[in-house]
Design a protein around this ligand. Sequence first.
Ligand SMILES: *Cc1c(COP(=O)(O)O)cnc(C)c1O
Ligand code: SF4
Length: 388
Amino acid sequence: MTHDSTRDPVAHHFPPAPRGPFKDVPGAQWRNWHWQLQHRVREVADLDALGFPLTADERRAAEATRSEFRVAITPYYAGLMDPDDPGCPVRLQALPRMGETEADSWDLVDPLAEERDMPVPGITHRYPDRVLFYISPDCAVFCRHCTRKRKVSDPATAANDDQIRGGIEYVRRHPEVRDVIVSGGDPLAFSDDRLEWILRDVRAIPHVEIIRVGTRVPVTMPHRITPETAAMLGRYHPLFVNTHFNHPKECTREAYEACRNLAEAGIPLGNPLVLLRGVNDDAEVVKRTNQLLLMMRVRPYYIYLCDLARGNRHFRTTYEKGLEIMRALRGWTSGLAVPYLVIDAPGGGGKVPILPNYVEERDDEKVVVRNFRGTRHVYYEPVDVKKS
Ligand SMILES: *Cc1c(COP(=O)(O)O)cnc(C)c1O
Ligand code: SF4
């Protein structure tokens, strides 16, 4: 299928990504994801040589966080960083800051207790009918707010073939598991062949109903999603992809095309967004992100309050801010752009939805609600139905 973007009615909302310091890279290389992976920024100081001025804080943080959590930024994602604005939302997600070295007493290495609920290495089995399957510590970009920074970016946590076989075997022996979430790190940091090997074996298990793949490459290295890769994923339907956009700046033409490739392979797309202070803790920013996602055929799935991972303190915002954002979405824009706000409960409690309260009054015969505009409405209940 060919795409004529001049006839695409929404493509103009998605400007081609600026290439910043990489503007002289030939297009064929730029679009080659192997080139993008190989040319990742691994040393923050290298940005200087590329004419990208670092702040003193970024420079210090690069040293101070070196042993905790590695830096990796694809040239593509680095091109989205604003050299003139230290508060640039992409820059904040990609470059370390000294805030990462500050911790509160309640901060945790493994905030969601994923290692505790791990019957075999790599499998977190918390909910009755689904498992999280950690297969790779590598990602195109290491997000500074990553909840799994305890292991992501550390090659020592790489799952070898035996461990992956062990995870698949666990699913095979547990008929209650009907949903397998293939995650990491980023499963698309693997070659198609290696990922396909895992998907094929998981799909061959009769009681597995759906497969999900969690990947941030549509955001951080969109050229990874070639039509061939999308078609490969589509061979294991019903298969869902969850990605991780956090800001309108990430919604580029390249990202749009990556999501289009997935959608055209029949893959339903979802987006968990993490509320990050300074990046997107703002109702207009979240609303626009979600509207852009819908044009990319990506359904907003969750909004998370940033978890208690050690090193995330400076990213966190408040419960009230979360509620304020939800109130600014409901009613004011498409219901499709209104996901659940959740706290992924520290200590492994799972995702708990938090909702603004729209119920103002309740008595024996009625519920009184206030709508998004603040007007009051009464809903009378049937009198002949017993209330619990
Ligand atoms: C988030 C998560 C899931 C999936 O939860 P859904 O609400 O079904 O998307 C499954 N297992 C673990 C451990 C998780 O953290
Ligand atoms: S892509 Fe996901 S797993 Fe990888 S660093 Fe970012 S948040 Fe963490």
